[in-house]
Design a binder for this molecule. Structure first.
Ligand code: FES
Length: 575
């Protein structure tokens, strides 16, 4: 294998410059006590850290950065940790998705502007994985991801409870079990027992599995709990490996091929992964220049069997998944579907990496011969309500609602929903279709995870557990229900969703891939002529910039000006 000579390292342009500028680039770093030979031919590895007190899921990543540094130094590299915008799912308002693209810009520009030869991305909470990978893709240096890992299983009164999932059950429990504030307080810590991100197969776990199946992590990275000593070993080995990757010039674009994305789509189906993976994979593909469409998720993924029995759709949690053998087992089971020859960061193929996998619990990871469900991938719907598409996750939906015709009960916004949903006079029953508008990328703005809105109190009290809900928003990966999401075009830009009225009939047919508003074209034209766009939610600052540039869900909701890769060249050097 051809290796990159030290003099050809990107960082050499900074550190081996003769005269004044070489002095400037080296001298201020010397205040950290680095010896002179640190600047002579050592690959400089950036550790992109999404640690923040405001992102509790990533609270352990400072310690992990030190472990990664150990590996980098051992392998002869020069580690340089840097902070980037961190997106904490539970505290940020109105929604972290509004800031995913902003964080990706921070990552991209910080990597390109600095003397880095390779990058380690320390990730965890939902958006911290796609934002860092998107930013890194737009620079395309050798890059490895170290997912921070899930929390230990939640246990409450003798039962497994999943973080990110249990919260969606609280309203139902309050209505049906007299679940009190004291019960809520008791459950809080039971579901958050250790460092790490949500331990359901929510978005964070899904995206960790996505980066592993794309080939961007060392094998076994996704399932390993944050507090397991083996996660630390993996962090140290990742530090060693990135130095080798720089020498091999193993850039992201060599790993992130169309086939790698197809593998990730199939893996997402088999793990029962989050619908958010659709949006994030589309955005990542857009950055690295791979043509991927919304339809690909259905064409490639929908016939893949469901193998992983994890909440929200199943019974277990990530710690169980790890003990059963983790993603490697799933990838081995999927070998007859996958592109096994795709390259991964360890220099081996994805097929080689999983060939020795052993499943230790087939109740947690089923075989492809006896799957939990034979066709489990995300379904892409089309119809007059979603001309550019919408998605539904069948593994999280109620089989009896997969074909459904019902009367629309329309909420014009989240505020309207909160104001009226529990009004005893609301004309709604379990056969109705809850329609939520104005929660798309541009309208809300930021496309929040609200698509799985709680059902009305009066129906919960009757024991109703699921209803068809449709919106242009997203759903937490840890949530479940018969929920149609990501409707494009969204209501705020005049999609048909904006024209739905109370009492209209909506037909969902998952098998036929259709979502139809049973209103005549002439009536829709009349409504469209009378429709007025909502006033924009911001007139200045980043939010205005986001509203002006964000693309629709079927394109990954990236900003139009961020799609693509500018490479790692610094175009001007003022000095
Ligand atoms: Fe961070 Fe769920 S809140 S992963």
């Amino acid at each position: 294998m051809k290796t990159v000579k030290p003099s050809k390292l990107r960082s050499a342009e900074w550190f081996t410059t003769p005269g004044k500028m070489g002095f400037v680039h080296r001298s201020w770093l010397r205040n950290q006590g680095y010896p002179d030979d640190y600047f002579q031919g050592k690959p400089v590895i950036g550790i992109c850290n999404t640690w923040s007190d405001l992102t509790p899921c990533n609270g352990h990543l400072r310690e992990f950065a030190e472990i990664v540094k150990r590996g980098i130094v051992e392998a002869g590299g020069f580690p340089m940790e840097f902070p980037v915008t961190s997106l904490g799912e539970t505290l940020m308002k109105p929604t972290t998705m509004l800031f995913r693209n902003l964080a990706s810009m921070d990552v991209e520009e910080t990597i390109r502007a600095n003397p880095l030869d390779g990058v380690v991305l320390l990730t965890g909470c939902d958006k911290t994985t796609p934002s860092t990978v998107m930013g890194a893709c737009s620079v395309d240096l050798p890059t490895i991801v170290v997912p921070g890992g899930p929390m230990l299983n939640g246990w409450f009164r003798g039962e497994r409870i999943g973080s990110g999932s249990f919260n969606w059950l609280i309203k139902e429990k309050q209505m049906t079990e007299n679940f009190s504030e004291a019960d809520i307080h008791e459950a809080e810590i039971c579901v958050a027992r250790s460092n790490g991100h949500c331990m359901t197969m929510g978005t964070a776990s899904t995206m960790a599995c996505m980066v592993e199946s794309l080939g961007l992590t060392l094998t076994g990275a996704a399932a390993s709990p944050a507090v397991d000593a083996r996660k630390k070993v993996l962090a140290q080995l990742s530090g060693r490996r990135i130095v080798e990757m720089v020498k091999e010039d193993l850039k992201l674009s060599k790993i992130l091929t169309r086939e790698a994305f197809e593998n990730a789509i199939m893996a997402n189906a088999a793990i029962g992964g989050s619908t958010n993976a659709v949006i994030h994979l589309l955005a990542i593909a857009g950055r690295i220049g791979i043509k991927l469409s919304l339809q690909d998720f259905d064409t490639i993924g929908s016939k893949i069997p469901l193998l992983v029995n994890l909440k929200p759709a199943g019974k277990y949690l990530m710690e169980d998944f790890f003990y059963a053998g983790g993603l490697k087992v799933v990838l081995k089971e999927l070998q007859k579907y996958l592109h096994n020859e795709t390259l991964t960061v360890n220099g081996q193929t994805i097929g080689d990496n999983s060939s020795d996998a052993v499943c230790y619990n087939t109740d947690v990871i089923a075989t492809s011969k006896q799957p939990l469900q034979s066709e489990a991938g995300i379904v892409v719907l089309k119809g007059n309500l979603c001309k550019d598409g919408a998605v539904i996750k069948p593994s999280a939906a109620s089989p009896k609602l997969m074909k459904h015709r019902g009367r629309a009960v329309v909420f014009e916004s989240m505020e309207d929903y909160h104001h009226r949903i529990d009004d005893p006079k609301l004309d709604i029953d379990e056969s109705c279709v809850i329609v939520l508008k104005d929660v798309g990328p541009r309208g809300y703005p930021g496309m929040p995870e609200v698509g799985n809105v709680d059902l009305p109190e009066k129906l919960l009290k009757q024991g109703v557990k699921d209803m068809v809900r449709i919106s242009d928003g997203r759903m937490s990966g840890a949530a479940a229900g018969t929920v149609v999401l990501h409707i494009a075009p969204e209501s705020a830009i005049g999609g048909t969703l904006a024209l739905v009225k109370d009492g209209d009939i909506i037909e969902l047919d998952v098998e036929k891939r259709t979502l139809h508003l049973d209103v005549s074209e002439s009536e829709l034209q009349k409504r469209k002529a009378a429709w007025k766009p909502p006033a924009p939610m911001a007139t200045r600052g980043y939010v205005k910039f986001y509203i002006d540039h964000v693309q629709q869900a079927h394109l990954g909701a990236d900003l139009d000006i961020l799609t693509g890769c500018s490479g790692s060249a610094v175009t001007r050097d003022l000095h």
